[in-house]
Design a protein around this ligand. Structure first.
Ligand SMILES: [Mg+2]
Length: 259
């Protein structure tokens, strides 16, 4: 069951839009497309271990992609030929650009395939928070630049990214579908959810709006006052309610910088 959420009104903080990538910004699960095309057939067994809670998403991804021998360009060309963004992403991006509203992709996936699809669709400048990769003669190596300080072994934290925008007084609209979005959905101000995330939000009584495509999100963003009317808006109070541990994590995160 979907519960109602307060509608933003004049004088509230300005929004920021953060969207998951696989199965959300992208129609397809691009990571799984690549594993299906280039990976070892055993990747689905690794996914099952992740779904069963035996290994983390970070471990699943690194184990599964370790088997791939295709190079970066080959996989990017495959993504460009096979995947697409969900409808109205472009209209949302244009509106956000015009209004000075941040919009970014927040993904536990890999930078090279996300960037390939954004490039193909004509949005290469969209900021991306993802796992950073390098292709070496020994295979792919991974960097987790958006992890909680000291907890890099857990991989990136979408909640940390959400918090970083909230600390800047932004009303965070988060869009997602899966397990990797649970943490972000709990911390965001407005959630658009589908699939497993919608089930989880229902179970935890986190209010959400059903996500069909980015037309739904664009309509929600337009409920906010225009950018020039928000100059005197007070930072939203929830942003000040972060616990001290989170505040320290936030400070350290921003010393490192974000995209
Ligand atoms: Mg997803």
């Amino acid at each position: 069951m979907t519960t109602s959420q307060p509608t933003p009104s004049q004088g509230q903080p300005l929004p920021a839009v953060l969207t998951d990538f696989d199965d959300t910004a992208a129609v397809q699960n691009v990571a799984e497309m690549l594993l299906e095309q280039f990976g070892d057939p055993a990747w689905k067994q690794v996914r099952q271990r992740f779904r069963g809670g035996e290994i983390s998403l970070m471990e699943y991804q690194e184990i599964a992609f370790r088997q791939i021998r295709a190079d970066r360009i080959t996989m990017q060309e495959y993504v460009k030929a096979s995947a697409c963004l969900r409808p109205h992403f472009g209209a949302l991006w244009e509106h956000c650009q015009a209004q000075g509203i941040p919009l970014a992709v927040v993904s536990q996936g890999l930078d090279f395939y996300i960037q390939a699809l954004l490039d193909k669709e004509g949005f290469p400048q969209v900021p991306v928070y993802s796992v950073n990769t390098r292709f070496t003669s020994q295979g792919i190596t991974y960097q987790y630049r958006h992890a909680h300080p000291g907890q890099e072994r857990l991989g990136n934290s979408k909640g940390l990214v959400v918090d970083s925008y909230r600390r800047r007084g932004r009303y965070v609209i988060y869009i997602g579908d899966g397990r990797s979005d649970f943490e972000a959905a709990e911390r965001a101000d407005m959630v658009f959810a589908h699939k497993v995330l919608a089930e989880e939000c229902t179970r935890k009584q986190i209010p959400f709006r059903p996500f069909g495509d980015f037309g739904d999100v664009l309509a929600a963003v337009k409920e906010f006052a225009p950018q020039n009317a928000g100059a005197s808006a007070k930072p939203w109070r929830r942003a000040a309610r972060l616990r001290p541990r989170e505040s320290r994590a936030f400070a350290a995160y921003h010393e490192e910088g974000a995209p």
